[in-house]
Design a protein around this ligand. Structure first.
Ligand code: ADP
Length: 176
């Protein structure tokens, strides 16, 4: 499933984000930037120790912000680590912080001259953000970004499993 936001192609794909070749892979990291479970663990395992070595140069990362490192052995030039919000029910600015993750990561990708970026579904694993709500926040933030900046050609929304991929595609169809 794909759609064009302004001049950027936005596609939902199913699979393991560590296997997909792009200029920048976004990681759903935690604020300590020292690795973890879920997609964070998969990225550090597949990319090797150089990613953690570079993360250690940073004193963590606040929620909603992002930092870029080498992608190590991954098929990408950079990993952009962003820290999603933990879901507490929706009254603690979770949507604003999640939108900011997408916006900040794309801005960092542009700074580094990237043309293609892949995102996991930030915060929808251990951080418990409801998947459909998170997908809508992700897509509106990406659409806002693409309205202002046309330098990224392709954005891949990587869903882990057929069920998530199906939902994400349906939600993408709701967007114009
Ligand atoms: P968070 O702490 O931000 O919730 P998680 O890693 O627990 O981060 O989950 C975020 C999303 O990443 C979930 O939807 C999960 O299914 C997905 N995910 C886990 N492993 C991978 C992977 N290898 N590739 C793509 N997505 C993944």
């Amino acid at each position: 499933m794909g759609r064009t936001f302004n001049r950027t192609l936005v596609e939902v794909v199913e699979g393991d984000i560590t296997k997909i070749e792009v200029d920048a892979i976004v990681n759903a990291a935690n604020s300590k930037l020292r690795g973890g479970g879920g997609v964070d663990g998969a990225i550090h395992r597949a990319g090797g120790p150089s990613i953690l070595d570079e993360c250690k140069k940073h004193d963590g990362c606040p929620t909603g912000e992002s930092i870029a490192t080498t992608a190590g052995d991954l098929p990408a030039r950079y990993v952009i680590h962003t820290v999603g919000p933990v879901w507490y029910g929706g009254d603690r600015a979770e949507a604003d912080m999640l939108a900011s993750c997408y916006f900040s990561s794309l801005a960092r990708a542009v700074d580094r001259g990237c043309k293609s970026v892949s995102f996991p579904s930030i915060s929808t694993g251990v951080y418990r953000y409801p998947f459909d709500d998170a997908s809508r926040v992700a897509l509106s933030s990406i659409r806002d970004f693409c309205a202002r900046d046309t330098s990224i050609e392709r954005i891949l929304l990587v869903a882990y499993g057929a069920k998530d991929a199906g939902r994400y595609s349906e939600i993408l169809e709701e967007f114009e």
